[in-house]
Design a protein around this ligand. Structure first.
Ligand code: CR6
Length: 833
């Protein structure tokens, strides 16, 4: 840097965050960034000008934080994830800065309503499900707790598809979330790495030693886009670095020299395709070359970036694990370790053994899969074609690994076949999770029950070989977004009754609400807050679907990806049963019915036919029931289209009851239950994933659980398969009314067949009677307001454990071995906390 630059002060620069300064920043961006006159700015323009003003505040903090980490030479974690389901950022940034009041006042002075501007923002939906949302919650917690961390991922141009429902059917549309620009990102044209694909490998002699050389055929550039991640009431601001693909000039020039300008332009857009679109992680993208290229693109750019920063320390590469640890969110980024191994051996000339030690010490792996059949694998044929050198290295790792297995269990062919990184038959695959376990020093599950299943069912042999590698860290969610921002009504109440706002940073404090859960005035205020949230949701339902629902009814919610194992089908079958039961009642009997609004939302993977017909059935049922004058407000069914983070923020605070009813032993965690509990929704669930721990914390008598326990699932499954399980007549009756066409002429036969003839793998028919019974108990409990309110308060009181701050602290202490590094800020910032 030219030293005189240090002395130049910026004309518009002011770190002040008082109302007057905020107004000035805003007007500055209207005039200079948007190039508009002040009087000529619409809501979207105002949102953008506001977002830029907030971004400026973040950038100061972000640069200072990075410099602070660098100066102090702290060990950092790199969090690698193919998905970040961020949602909106404006409110989050303002709240984390502790400036919502000032921003609100400034906007009001200028004639805007801050909340309306929040609504202008498009969701960043760069993820499909819980795994992606988890990564976003973890970024918030890492920033809030001052951990030195970076997030790495991909900047998809199209996020999770936009879902529309027409005649009950799901249609997918591209989600071009960048349409109005993305004020949060900073394009870093100075941070760019070449990524290579394809080609051949040759054994060559270098200094008299054999050396494998890779001659790749394609080169694409990875450009960094950085998004500042503000911590809550701390000056620390982290970086989320997302890579975007760009064609390489060199490569174009070669093509151009061959005389074909237009095919060279074709290749340009081909290169950009790598980061064009997000693949849903649970549909089968097996064999999709583009997805493999995406994964490698992300990890290769990241590893090069980590090495570049490490080199600044001037330390030896064998010290890499002392300054860097890499956490892989599922097995998708596993090639990062192979890429580092390749660079250390092929480029840096380190020995295999030394290089291998480096990667084992730095890398750790979180598994999010339960069923073995869902573990990620890649065809060897494809790997050899796209990444030939990496495939060699995987063979070499496997060779050394199988020698260890052989030593532990001599002559045990079964063990070798099971544990091998390579699956040999029927076709040849690389088993990514096996690879990840072999090369990482730690592997963790995401709830206690999931981790236990990993040890006993998914990877039992690996557990016997390396018991010390297996850990359990229960997922968590950030209370800032999911309580403070999404549910202002309740958050204010909690602060009032706990007499401190610091529960947002120490969620265990919520437990003190339990002591007060019987207090009449708290209960009254609590249910009033819930009511306000229900009115807001009712307004949204009316606006989107033109349907009126009564906030007096019990709001019963199931929102998540639509999947057979999550059993939305069980829910809708019960709804039909409830409907036919009400219809057969006398007027007198109907008076005793608890009116319910059953609310669904969720997307199905585009190629998952059965899940799509579940959506169809829910919608068809809603048309029949909602138009039945005879039923009125006793029962309404709502399917809200295009489930996404910002929709969840409206629905969750308004839920009286939320359903988490996966077949026991199929859901690794299910983080939404934590958000619901925090927001005082009562849990209706099976003893699976997060519900096991939630019910322990909240108290078994305060949640409604039912159904087959995980340990009984195998025997009941075989009973069903062999036709030995007697099916409940009410269940069968529902299937026949669907079959009869009461809910439309759509062909539901495949759906019905998935429940009959011994096919009911997810045990809907088995759990149905218990489900009906627990629903009756829920109706009865809802009729006694102080009982219900108490359960609701206790749900919140018991959810302290499920803050992602707690999860991250465990990762930091048990796996990463890193400490907080807090950059102190101006006094106003530190004092707020
Ligand atoms: N689909 C699990 O299925 C868990 C999240 C986050 C999932 C879900 O139970 O809550 O991860 N798994 O741990 C994968 O994405 C592979 C998910 O979101």
């Amino acid at each position: 840097m030219h030293h005189w630059l240090r002395h130049i002060s910026l004309p518009s620069y002011s770190p002040d965050t008082d109302v007057k300064s905020i107004e000035k920043f805003f007007v500055h961006h209207v005039e200079y960034t948007l190039a508009r006159y002040r009087g000529n700015i619409n809501q979207m323009g105002a949102y953008r000008a506001l977002a830029m003003s907030v971004r400026d505040r973040l950038i100061e903090r972000w640069k200072d934080t990075q410099l602070y980490f660098k100066k102090n030479g702290v060990k950092r974690v790199a969090y690698l994830s193919m998905e970040y389901l961020i949602g909106r950022s404006l409110q989050n940034a303002i709240v984390n800065l502790g400036l919502e009041e000032n921003f609100s006042a400034a906007m009001k002075n200028l004639g805007y309503v801050l909340e309306d501007l929040y609504e202008q923002e498009a969701d960043a939906g760069l993820g499909y499900s819980g795994l992606g949302r988890l990564a976003a919650c973890f970024m918030d917690s890492m920033a809030t707790m001052d951990y030195p961390a970076w997030g790495y991922g991909l900047r998809y141009k199209y996020g999770m598809f936009y879902q529309k429902i027409k005649n009950g059917c799901q249609f997918e549309y591209p989600d071009y979330w960048l349409e109005n620009g993305n004020p949060w990102e900073v394009e870093r044209l100075d941070i760019m790495y070449p990524i290579h694909f394809y080609g051949t490998c040759k054994m060559e002699m270098v200094d008299g030693k054999p050396h494998m050389a890779w001659y790749p055929q394609q080169k694409i550039l990875a450009v960094a886009y950085d998004t500042p991640i503000p911590g809550y009431l701390t000056y620390n601001t982290l970086n989320l670095r997302l890579w975007s693909a760009q064609p390489s000039k060199e490569f174009d020039l070669d093509q151009f020299n061959s005389g074909d300008l237009y095919s060279s332009l074709g290749d340009r857009s081909h290169a950009e395709r790598i980061t064009a679109v997000l693949y849903p992680n649970d549909s089968s993208f097996e064999g999709k070359e583009l997805r493999l290229k995406q994964q490698y693109f992300m990890v290769s750019a990241t590893v090069q970036d980590l090495l570049r920063r490490f080199r600044e320390s001037k330390r030896q590469l064998t010290d890499f694990p002392e300054l860097v640890c890499v956490q892989m969110n599922d097995s998708h980024p596993t090639l990062a370790a192979i890429e580092l191994l390749r660079i250390l051996i092929d480029v840096e000339g380190m020995s295999y053994d030394e290089s291998y030690k480096v990667i084992c010490k730095s890398f750790s792996f979180t598994n999010h899969v339960v069923a073995r059949s869902n573990l990620e694998k890649w065809s060897i044929e494809l790997m050899e074609k796209v990444l030939p050198r990496h495939m060699h290295l995987i063979y070499e790792i496997n060779h050394h690994f199988l020698q260890q297995v052989e030593k532990k269990w001599p002559n045990d062919q079964g063990k070798l076949t099971h544990m091998s990184i390579i699956e040999e038959s029927p076709e040849r695959y690389v088993r990514m999770a096996n690879l990840a376990i072999v090369i990482c020093h730690s592997v963790n599950g995401v709830t206690e029950i999931h981790s236990e299943m990993m040890r006993t069912e998914v990877f039992p042999d690996f557990f016997k070989l390396w018991p010390e590698r297996f850990l359990s860290i229960t997922n968590g969610v950030t209370p800032r977004r999911w309580m403070l921002e999404a549910n202002r009504e309740m958050s204010d109440l909690i602060t009032k009754w706990l007499r401190t706002p610091s529960w947002t940073l120490n969620l265990d404090l919520l437990s003190d609400l339990a002591r007060q859960s019987d207090v009449g005035s708290l209960q009254k205020q609590w249910s009033l807050a819930k009511h306000i949230n229900k009115e807001r949701l009712a307004g949204y339902i009316e606006k989107t679907l033109g349907l009126k629902v009564s906030p007096e009814s019990l709001f019963d919610v199931q929102i998540k990806r639509v999947h057979q194992y999550k059993r939305q089908l069980l829910n809708i079958i019960y709804v039909i049963h409830r409907y036919t039961t009400i219809k057969s009642m006398t007027i007198e009997e109907r008076r005793k019915v608890t009116p319910r609004v059953v609310i669904f939302a969720g997307k199905a993977a585009a190629n998952y036919a059965i899940a799509k017909s579940i959506i169809q059935l829910i919608n068809n049922v809603s048309v029949v029931i909602n138009n039945d004058k005879n039923i009125g407000d006793l029962l309404k069914v709502v399917f809200l289209p295009n489930y996404c983070v910002s929709l969840a923020e409206i629905i969750i605070p308004a839920a009286d009851l939320s359903q988490h009813i996966s077949t026991a032993g199929t859901e690794a965690c299910g983080t939404s239950a934590m958000k619901f509990a925090m927001n005082g929704s009562i849990i209706l669930g099976t003893m699976d994933g997060s519900i096991v721990e939630l019910s322990k914390e909240i108290g078994e008598t305060n949640v409604f659980t039912f159904g087959t326990r995980a340990y009984d699932v195998p025997s009941r499954r075989s009973a069903v398969r062999n036709g030995e399980w007697g099916v409940d007549s009410r269940f069968e009756a529902v299937l026949s009314v669907i079959e009869r066409g009461d809910f439309g002429s759509h062909d539901f036969a495949p759906l019905l067949n998935s429940l009959r003839y011994g096919n009911d793998y997810y045990l809907l028919s088995v759990d149905f009677p218990a489900y009906v019974e627990v629903q009756d108990n829920i109706d009865a409990a809802y009729k006694i307001p102080n009982l219900w309110n108490k359960k609701s308060i206790l749900s919140t009181a018991g959810s302290g454990k499920f803050s992602s701050d707690r999860s991250i602290k465990q990762y930091a202490n048990q796996i990463w071995k890193i400490k907080p590094a807090r950059r102190s800020g101006p006094i106003s910032v530190s004092a707020e906390r």
